[in-house]
Design a protein around this ligand. Sequence first.
Ligand code: MV4
Length: 507
Amino acid sequence: MKILVANRGEIAIRIMRACREMGLASVAVYSDCDREAPHVRYANEAHPIGPSEPVKSYLNIDRLLDVARRSGATAVHPGYGFLAENPAFARAVTDAGLTFIGPTADAIALMGSKVAARRAAIRAGVPVVPGTEAPLGSEATDAEIAAIAESIGYPLLVKAVAGGGGKGMRTVASPAELAAAVQTARSEAGSAFGDTAVYIERQLERPRHVEVQLLGDLHGTVLPFVERECSIQRRHQKVIEEAPSLAVTPSLRSALASCAASIARGVGYTSAGTIEFLLDARGEFYFLEMNTRLQVEHPVTEMVTGVDLVSWQIRIARGERLTLDPDSLLTPRGHAVECRVYAEDPDSGFMPSPGRITGLRVPHGPGVRDDSGAYEGGEVPIFYDPMISKLITWGETRPQALARMRRALAEYEVRGIKTTIPFFQWVLTDADFIAGRFDTGFIDRKLSARNGAPLREASEAQQELAAIAAALSHVTSAATAPTAMAPAGSSRWKDRARSDAVRGGGH
Ligand code: MV4
């Protein structure tokens, strides 16, 4: 088996690492701006697929299949994003006689319709948020829609049938706003997905977002994993994920897992997938949607179960049976946290900050994993998602995992571009976050409470405090104490050089 990885960046490398461990050759594809990208260097061979614009390269199905043919690849892994949830791509791959390392085109298409997914959940006996079973008819009158909305109850959400991830979603607080919201949602859905169909759900108040990872093999076995907590989001973008969730008790875990597995079994699901749930303050949960791909945050599940999800996707695609112990998948070993490091400036409304990485120092040490597509001297292109790395820490307990994350963030140095590292340093010291008191609105509320106060300064002050505390704990060896008096604003690299010199180096 030779695997074409139809993606770029950290996830392409993640997949190629699994290939290499399994003794399989990997084939990279790259756009013009990615000629020197690390996924290209990592692969056994690499092929150009066109200009930097995604539609001309990473989204170009014909080009990808052409590379598969020329390289002799026998399987294709789509990663996440790009073509990962495009049923036409999955179909084209299998029609070309290749193995698609993912679910079937039919499963992708079915769960891509959010109303079909809701029906699958209802059929499996899984609770869904009160709402419409079918899309609102395009010919439905305002009065008819108002009657449906009244029976569901306010506040409610108008959602795109083809949507997901919050795109084309509208909040409606009262009947007066309904007709306009349906209009806007329809037109947004039309331009985003080419499908104007929308449906209505009651809006849950301050829910948490928890999700269940699954693997399904080609022989009918579906195994659920311990949940991930994904409530820490900004504008429908997850920024911090962890496993397990503090809000999930062992009995709730069993219920979530068996509900997730029932939905997947009911649709004959294969490969890696995720069932998303909303969890309300009373501990009631509701099916939200299914993601028919390997997800960005899969490493936190790997860290607490010891299972390599990508290698299992490959084994499943080869026809192997899932031989994992179901109980161990639901028994987290310790705790894992992930921070998605973005090339964005948190002090300028998280504006993308593309450019050249002129200096890079990556954290290491106990319990640290850095899944990255960045390298010193490399460019962060403007064409793609600006996520440059996923920093994951593991600990025996949540406090230890968080302490390791704070330590790893302090070690992380990225020069030349702005990153979200200072934002994470702020969140990781927030008392509510540390106590696990949060829901899906947490980040937006905390950010608006800051009122634009600069994060960079705050986090530098925090680091200085931490440096002073660390230095004070060394006062007995008086010669090293002056470290704490490094002038404010001096670079951390300089600080490090200075303290190394004082200590005589060697650390
Ligand atoms: C909801 C909801 C509350 N009630 N549905 C946002 C993304 C999309 N996947 C669905 N989303 C939501 N659906 C009902 N009936 C709240 C959200 C939501 C949300 C969900 C998960 C994670 C973060 C979120 C942030 C805002 C809103």
